[in-house]
Design a protein. Structure first.
Length: 221
């Protein structure tokens, strides 16, 4: 797997990220021709400016990390991110509503964001650490109905969470792949072996802050 760089969204979402750290992220993304960078909304314009004409996509998060913002707020956040230059939006599913089986709410929540970025790639973060296997399957079905482009495993912010699991990626891929959606694995992807296993399970994107280390590790596989 020599083109693993094309799967990687080089990610920096930590609460205390500095401008210097972000500039390093952008430099590394260009140097290694990563698919994209994923940053918090207030840094979208900085990312766009630094990645201009590089081919590296600017990805940002909406309703992050809890997914509990009102749908109108998620929609506005999305519009603002697109205006600032975001190419792709990673929104967090309303996990509370999912657990309560309020599927109409979950769907309309996704649709509110979809309508706010009709021409951009939309990924829905399911937060698989908090869902049962059946809930993961149902969430994927809702994402298909709401016309998302990808389903994503995790925010990486769940306390004691595992993040992306091969078995969950397989479940997600099996449900969405026949409907034109793809899978993004994220959370806890720190080495080449796990990255390779997730891609083999069906992930077409990998959200990770360890992109450079994964590339180096691939040379030894």
């Amino acid at each position: 797997m020599h083109n693993i760089n094309e799967y990687i969204e080089h990610t920096l979402l930590k609460q205390d990220a500095t401008k210097a750290e972000l500039l390093k992220l952008f430099m590394e993304a260009k140097e290694h021709a990563f698919c994209g960078v994923c940053v918090n909304p207030c840094f979208v314009s900085l990312a766009k400016e630094n990645l201009k004409d590089s081919g590296v996509k600017v990805v940002t998060v909406v309703g992050f990390p809890l997914g509990a913002n009102c749908s109108e707020v998620k929609a506005y956040e999305t519009q603002k991110a697109v205006k600032d230059g975001a190419d792709e939006i990673d929104m967090v599913l309303n996990v509370s509503k999912m657990k309560d089986e309020d599927y109409e709410y979950v769907k309309s929540d996704i649709e509110a964001v979809r309508n706010a970025c009709p021409n951009n790639i939309l990924k829905v973060i399911l937060e698989t650490d908090l869902l049962t296997k059946d809930e993961i399957k149902k969430a994927c079905e809702i994402c298909i109905e709401a016309k998302a482009d990808l389903v994503k495993t995790s925010t990486g912010f769940v306390k004691n969470g595992v993040g992306a699991k091969v078995e969950d990626v397989k479940i997600m891929y099996d449900i969405v792949s026949g409907h034109g959606l793809k899978v993004k694995a994220s959370g806890g992807i720190r080495d080449a072996e796990k990255a390779k296993a997730l891609v083999e399970a069906g992930a077409s994107r990998l959200g990770t802050s360890s992109g450079v280390a994964i590339l180096e590790g691939m040379r030894n596989i």
